[in-house]
Design a protein around this ligand. Structure first.
Ligand code: SF4
Ligand code: SF4
Ligand code: FES
Length: 363
């Protein structure tokens, strides 16, 4: 098949970026990574990108296609080429570019290290008997353990774009992998540390990490679980935690969100007084409902019953987070006529390539 790619090249010596187009012949089973290999072998040997396993395991080949992070070895080119598309390939976002499609992963690894990504079982000498953990207990961290450290989630993280010190989805998912591990004995210390500024509560819940993760780790869910675990352990002094607590209290008592009280409950009274001028402006324009008497929703009993049900089911902490929730519909990143193409296929995997015609009669 004929394939065309546009690749953002970066020359670190001259400090120059340039968009180059390449056209070449590739087999129908080719992935994006295979295509880059063809360009490097036959067209331009100076093209730089990372790869290793070629089977979605090592996490080396993260890059962007049409502005969205992908694993090059997971991305089939057949349908794209058939549609006559010329995708734009560029380096991952939120990490410094070293050359062409290669990014500096040092900031990424620094944040992973900051999570103390090892088990702390609370003893120095191992006990005499093996410590057996039930499958059910390990299922709690099944998804977080799937991470291959590719950085695709980090590439798309809005919060990290605004604050490069934000720990980010990959590191926080790694944190949940240990917080949720029954063998780890420093859960509270971890949760306290992860709740510091630039941690759990700085996530804007945009869900881009979840949308782009090629391994189904669902890092935003992992962050939600960390937040819920922190609150279940009484670690709730951060404004983000107070904000979440007020949502619960407000919904449980009146059946709706009492926004007028949100600022004092979240930021404290002093900060709320500082915002008075702004609040008065809103009041003047009819944007603030009078706080007294508080409006109580007609179906408040439903909200209260729901609250009681969750309590009765003891779904505190991570157990209360709905796994695999799709908060947003799949976001379209592709340009041109690819709107109908689903890079994940129907059941979470990439589209099947067209069967290769081997010339055999099949008999
Ligand atoms: S949901 Fe949070 S961690 Fe994930 S990309 Fe958005 S801001 Fe970053
Ligand atoms: S969470 Fe997903 S996208 Fe992020 S590093 Fe791990 S495997 Fe890659
Ligand atoms: S080359 Fe290893 S994940 Fe793509």
């Amino acid at each position: 098949m004929q394939v065309a790619l546009k690749i953002w090249r970066y020359d670190p010596v001259k400090g120059e970026r340039a968009l180059r187009e390449y056209e070449f012949d590739a087999p129908e089973w080719a992935t994006l990574l295979d295509c880059l290999d063809i360009v490097k072998d036959r067209v331009d040997g100076t093209l730089a990108y990372r790869k290793s396993c070629r089977m979605m395991i090592c996490g080396s080949c993260g890059m962007r296609m049409n502005g969205a992070a992908v694993l090059a070895c997971k991305t089939r080119m057949y349908e794209i080429a058939q549609a006559g598309e010329v995708p734009v390939i560029s380096a991952m976002g939120n990490l410094p570019i070293v050359k062409d499609l290669v990014v500096d992963m040092d900031p990424f690894w620094g944040k992973i290290r900051a999570m103390k990504p090892w088990l702390d079982p609370g003893y120095v000498e191992p006990p005499d008997k093996e410590y057996v953990v039930s499958q059910e207990r390990m299922d709690v961290i099944h998804k977080e353990a799937l991470c291959i450290m590719c950085g695709c989630c980090v590439s798309e993280c809005n919060s990290m774009e605004a604050d490069p010190d934000f720990l980010g989805p990959a590191a926080l998912a790694k944190g949940m992998r240990f917080v949720g591990d029954a063998r780890d004995e420093v859960t509270v210390e971890r949760l306290q540390e992860y709740s510091n500024p630039h941690g759990i509560w700085d996530c804007t819940r945009c869900y881009f990490c979840q949308e782009r993760c090629p391994k189904g780790v669902d890092p935003r869910d992992a962050i939600a679980k960390l937040g819920a675990e922190a609150m279940a352990h009484g670690i709730d002094s951060d404004m983000g935690a107070k904000h979440a607590n007020w949502f619960v209290t407000s919904a449980k008592t009146t059946g709706w969100l009492r926004e007028t009280e949100l600022v004092p409950k979240t930021q404290g009274v002093v900060s709320a007084i500082r915002e008075m001028k702004f609040a008065m402006g809103l009041l003047k324009h009819g944007k603030v409902p009078p706080p007294v008497p508080p409006h109580v929703a007609k179906d408040v009993d439903e909200a209260r019953a729901l609250y009681d049900l969750v309590k009765a089911q003891e779904r505190q902490g991570a157990a209360g987070i709905v796994q695999g929730e799709r908060a947003l519909e799949r976001l379209e990143f592709e340009q041109g006529g690819q709107a109908d193409r689903d890079p994940y296929g129907e059941e979470g995997s990439f589209p099947r390539p067209k069967p290769i015609d081997t010339g055999a009669d099949g008999g």
